[in-house]
Design a protein around this ligand. Structure first.
Ligand code: PMV
Length: 350
């Protein structure tokens, strides 16, 4: 009888509060600086991936993404598949009784539980799920941190999606990238009141890809040199302390400052890159208004390489923050209709 070997897994989306921006090695996706993220709930945003292989399969490896064939011939995906196969081949060599899965073509099927058209970064969850599904199929004994070194080569931010909760990606200094990996700072249960509200400002695909945006920033921004040398190390330190102490005001201040620093570096490139738009800036003002009215910092904004806002807050302020956003942004073009359909307060992942 010919067997079909199968494994399924899910991986969550993560949103950085200290941003990864800049590569020191584009081939291996080695970053110029460390970063730190919060993993979002799988109930809201996740990729589900099933990996199968069989000696009856012929031809190349294939990936079906949200029901359509997807091209996996790119160097990044190929690097992940190559590394996972060679780990499996090493196990098969050690134990010849193991089935030779490393020699069989892979059939990968992935699905996101959020609209791909929502303009939310899906590559982090996508690569993390792909790597973990194949690692499970191959019964690899490697830890999430070890797998993060492989997922990083697919998409940098993917290395952080191998964990729930609060996750740091240490930039490392080795040329081979073996010390550029993700570690868990704290599980979500450490601070279960944390919530995220995603405001979908635009469903359009981002104008400048993160890879070319990073390249342009590293090559042309003077401000970026200071970000790497002093701003990010200080933010990493302060953020880890704020998370350890469950200090929301501290967490929020670093989150907002780091987002501001990242977007300032983007507009300091030549020619400049603008990911945020007028609607994004209205969301910044709304957070400022909420914090001013509260007399303390109860909400924090952050923006990735696009105009959508992610607002962090604690559960106790949920009604106030979601209600205020609806009220304050009602008159602003570009956010209201989409936000009603797609924004939600979501819990963090264990
Ligand atoms: O992993 P990439 O290549 O999609 O880059 C992600 C970059 C940001 O989302 C802007 C920041 C981050 O740390 O996730």
């Amino acid at each position: 009888m010919t067997e079909i070997y199968r494994a399924s897994t899910t991986a969550p989306v993560n949103i950085a509060v200290v941003k990864y921006w800049g590569k020191r090695d584009a081939k291996l996706n080695l970053p110029t600086n460390s970063s730190l993220s919060v993993t979002l709930s799988q109930a809201d945003l996740r990729t589900l991936t099933t990996a199968t292989c069989s000696s009856t399969y012929t031809g190349e490896d294939t990936l079906t993404l949200n029901g359509s064939p997807s091209d996996i011939s790119g160097a990044r995906t190929q690097a992940c598949l190559r590394e996972l196969r060679s780990l499996r081949a090493a196990l098969e060599e050690k134990d010849p009784s193991l089935p030779k899965l490393s020699k069989m073509p892979l059939r990968l099927v992935s699905e996101n539980n959020f609209p791909t058209a929502a303009g939310l970064a899906s590559s982090a969850a996508g690569f993390a799920a792909l790597v973990r599904a194949i690692a499970n199929l191959y019964e690899l004994p490697n830890s999430p941190t070890e797998l993060s070194i492989i997922a990083r080569q697919g998409s940098g931010s993917a290395c952080r999606s191998l964990f729930g909760g609060y996750v740091a990606w240490r930039h490392g200094s080795q040329e081979d990238g073996l010390d550029s990996k993700a570690v868990e700072i704290a599980p979500a249960s450490h601070w279960p009141e944390m919530r995220a509200l995603i405001l979908v400002v635009s469903a359009a695909k981002k104008g400048v890809s993160s890879t070319s945006g990073m390249q342009q920033t590293v090559a042309t921004s003077d401000l970026f040199k200071g970000r790497v040398a002093t701003v990010v190390p200080a933010h990493m330190d302060a953020m880890e302390k704020a998370i350890a102490a469950r200090d929301f005001a501290g967490f929020a201040e670093v989150t907002m400052k780091d987002s501001n620093s990242f977007h300032s570096c983007c507009s300091d490139t030549y020619p400049p890159i603008y990911y945020m738009n007028d609607v994004s800036r209205a969301a910044v003002r709304a957070v400022e208004a909420i914090n001013a009215a509260a007399g303390k910092t109860i909400a924090a904004y952050t923006f990735d390489a696009g105009p959508n806002a992610v607002i962090y807050f604690l559960e106790e302020n949920s009604n106030l923050i979601i209600g205020t956003f609806y009220k304050l942004l009602q008159g602003v073009d570009g956010w209201k209709e989409e936000a009603k359909a797609s924004s939600s307060s979501i819990q963090l992942e264990e």
